[in-house]
Design a protein. Structure first.
Length: 302
């Protein structure tokens, strides 16, 4: 049995195992998307869920596996990797975990949720402590299929839910690369005042929302001093991460904004060096959201 703290499990998002391998460097075990690396948790952005105390449990039967898990704690989420039929039978003997989609705005769950998988028919790998309260680090939402002009709004719903902080009515928000308006829709729906910036037009329904100021210009030509103090800066603009970093460094130097939510969009190969530079900015977080594609989301609240 592995000793607590001697190894950490990192569950990669679908399709991004190699990005995670590059971040971790040293791998002591691999089970599909679940990579084990020696020592306590290392900084990693390409991870959906951390398994903080993974242990191997020999099991004699399906019933024995469920009994051992229940003896540790109540709530468990299966990461299906191998022995799928056997794993499903074990899962059926465990208490059902409610994973209903969230209605935004909502708080993230607070109940502890462990993760487990079968390595082979006689061995179970489990971690009672994980970094995410969502099964396999995948928050789901009740979607609005009518009002927003694109599905990009789901990224912002997820980012704000994980941050645990929302723009308040009257907050002054800057939305860069806003067309067709998914993020502006989220912010205006929360009651914020939104300066929506893009060379392309917003969806007319979004530009007509209360509190939305439309500026048809490039996000990269804005002067922070001209815009003045803002409460939040949001960016889902399509550009190379290095160019976004230069833009963000300009706003940080201006000192006119404290809260940032930005998408790093990788075009072609993953730019790990620029990602590391974003992660090194004091007080910030860099992570792959469930709603991200070949992207990372950078946030800073202070």
């Amino acid at each position: 049995m592995s000793q607590s703290g001697s190894v950490t499990g990192y569950l990669a998002p679908e399709g991004f195992v190699e990005e995670l391998r590059t971040e971790l460097v040293e791998i002591s075990g691999a089970y599909g998307r679940l990579l084990l690396s020696p020592g306590p948790p290392k900084p990693a952005a390409w991870v959906a869920n951390l398994w903080l105390d993974p242990v191997e449990l020999p099991i004699a039967s399906i019933g024995d596996a469920a009994k051992q898990l229940r003896a540790i704690q109540r709530n468990w989420a299966l990461y299906p990797h191998a022995q799928h039929r056997r794993a499903a039978l074990i899962e059926a003997k465990l208490p059902k975990v409610s994973a209903k989609p969230l209605v935004f705005p909502a708080s993230a769950p607070t109940a502890p949720l462990g993760s487990w998988t079968l390595i082979d028919s006689g061995t179970l790998l489990a971690s009672a402590r994980c970094s995410s309260a969502f099964p396999n680090g995948e928050p789901l939402f009740v979607e609005d299929k009518r009002a927003p002009p694109s599905r990009a709004y789901l990224k912002l719903w997820e980012a704000l839910t994980l941050l645990g902080e929302l723009p308040k009515p009257g907050d002054r928000c800057l939305d860069l690369g806003s067309s067709p308006g998914g993020w502006t829709w989220v912010l205006a729906s929360l009651g914020a005042y939104v300066i929506s910036v893009d060379k392309a037009a917003l969806d007319p329904r979004i530009s007509a929302m209360r509190g939305v100021e439309v500026r048809r210009e490039s996000a990269f030509g804005l002067d922070p001093r001209e815009i003045g103090p803002i409460d939040w800066l949001f960016s889902d603009v399509i550009c190379y991460p290095a160019r976004l970093l230069r833009l963000i460094e300009r706003w940080l130097a201006a000192g006119t904004c404290r809260r940032f939510v930005c998408t790093l969009k990788f075009q072609g190969a993953t730019d790990h060096e620029t990602a590391r530079r974003f992660a090194a900015i004091p007080g910030s977080q860099l992570r792959h959201l469930h709603q991200n594609r070949h992207e990372l989301t950078w946030t800073k609240l202070g």
